[in-house]
Design a protein around this ligand. Structure first.
Ligand code: ARG
Length: 460
């Protein structure tokens, strides 16, 4: 029978249901690689400090390497009575190498061990997420470049507002994703601090060298305070908050893609590979991918709330509550990563229906502001110009004609300041080209924004 590492002070065995209820090995086994890396660094430092002999260190490292290989080969018997990934691996090490294995836990606790494992794991996952995010940024840049001159209606209140370019619209999303990338990088920087050495909560009596262990594991420095090191999961909350904001962006972006690919908009077409059909309606091509991403944002918001609530009532230092940090965190990582990957691929394969977008921009008097600005240039005060154009629009609605479809005489009925040169500014191309400053929708400005964004990405 399995003897628990902490069994010494107990008379009776753990209740069978409690054993299963308290175990985390079903999910925290996912940390095995980082747990082993942390143990190897810890043992290496202990040997440097003379706490372990060189032979003991070598046996521990070889034993842990062998265990890692076995886990990866699917040849490792995970035990629920051994509770978690930490005690499973430690027990296997002792079974493998004998007494030296019993020395690995010298000067260490599962409390600083698990806090270290999660940080090592999350650090790596953030790097993976950053790679996916970058792929999406690059896909958007390519799309923005291809569609820098493509005219579409810009909306406020989902009502046609002013003409913009599709490239400009894509670059708006690029900016938002850029801030998401910065938030993740910032979170990574703050989490890269090492708990090991905090032991259970107060530190340890052995002559450890925490700077050395931190160096071996690629941490920037050891945590300043042993209680803080084992007690807080703010880094997980911070990551999930950044992930929630990112998913909010992807959800909102998804909403647009879903609308735009409907027959009523018809602005874009998602590639077949990113859509599914209906089991009953033969004509259907459904935008399942953006719908699912929009849906997944909800569960990530939920994970953020779960982690905040998990933490808020805990007295210092470690409490078992913290075992509940893993499933929300793992699920957040998996779904954010998957959403980014599928989004990057989907955006790379998206096609635009330029005539449809242009036609939509021609409805709804999208150039009304251009006409008001024109009148201002002719000496009319903006408020008067607004009123004049409003009356012209009302006429257009009654007649079923856009401003550009009116005759000069008709337009001059609203203001004698209007002259023949008005028609140039009433075109869609003229309207977007006139927004010619940094941050504006003019195609030349979109191209400049693309090259600045490329430069920023290359510097990272
Ligand atoms: N499985 C535990 C967790 O996920 C590891 C730490 C356990 N520490 C303890 N004192 N029971 O948090």
């Amino acid at each position: 029978p399995i003897v628990k590492p902490w069994a010494g002070r107990f008379d009776a065995p753990t209740d069978a249901f409690v054993e299963a209820f308290t175990a985390s090995v079903g999910f925290d086994r996912r940390l095995y690689r980082h747990d082993i890396a942390g143990s190897i660094a810890h043992a290496t430092m202990l040997a440097q400090r003379g706490v372990l002999s060189e032979a003991e260190r070598a046996a521990i490292v070889a034993g842990l390497d062998a265990i890692r290989t076995r886990i990866e080969a699917g040849d490792f018997a995970w035990s629920v009575p051994l509770e978690d990934v930490h005690m499973n691996i430690e027990a296997a090490l002792t079974a493998e190498i004998g007494d030296a294995g019993k020395k690995l836990h010298t000067g260490r606790s599962r409390n600083d061990q698990v806090a270290t494992d999660i940080r090592l794991w999350l650090r790596e996952e953030i790097d993976g997420i950053a790679t996916e995010l970058r792929r999406l940024q690059e896909a958007l840049l390519a799309l923005a470049e291809r569609e820098a001159e493509t005219i579409m209606p810009g909306f406020t209140h989902l009502q046609v507002a002013q003409p913009i370019t599709f490239g400009h619209h894509m670059m708006a999303w690029l900016e938002m994703l850029g801030r998401d990338a910065e938030r993740l990088a910032d979170c990574r920087r703050r989490l890269n601090v090492m708990p090991l050495g905090a032991a259970a909560l107060a530190g340890t009596t052995y002559p450890i060298d925490r700077h050395e262990t931190a160096r071996l594991l690629g941490f920037d420095r050891p945590a300043e305070n042993s209680l803080d090191a084992v007690a807080d999961r703010d880094f997980a909350i911070e990551f999930t908050a950044a992930a929630a904001i990112l998913m909010m962006h992807l959800s909102r972006f998804s909403e647009e893609l879903i609308l735009w690919s409907s027959a009523q908009f018809g602005f874009i077409e998602l590639a077949d590979g990113f859509c599914t059909g209906s089991s009953i309606m033969p004509q259907k091509k459904n935008p399942d991918v953006p719908e699912l991403v929009r849906g997944k944002s909800g569960r990530i918001f939920g994970h953020l709330m779960a982690l905040l609530t998990l933490m808020k009532g805990q007295p210092l230092a470690y409490n078992k509550d913290n075992q509940e940090d893993k499933e929300p965190l793992f699920d957040t990582v998996d779904n954010v990563r998957g959403s980014l990957k599928v989004f990057a691929d989907m955006m790379g394969a998206l096609t635009c229906n330029r005539p449809r977008m242009r036609a939509a921009a021609q409805q709804g008097f999208a150039t009304a502001t251009d006409l008001a600005d024109y009148l201002v240039r002719k000496g009319v005060a903006f408020r008067d110009a607004h009123e004049i154009v409003g009356r012209a629009v009302a006429f257009g609605i009654r007649e079923g004609r856009d401003l550009a479809e009116m005759t000069l005489d008709e337009l001059r009925d609203f203001s004698s300041a209007i002259e023949a040169d008005v028609f140039a500014i009433l075109t869609l191309e003229g309207s977007v080209a006139a927004r010619d400053h940094i941050g504006g929708t003019a195609p030349s400005q979109v191209r400049a924004a693309i090259s600045r964004a490329r430069r920023r990405l290359a510097e990272k």
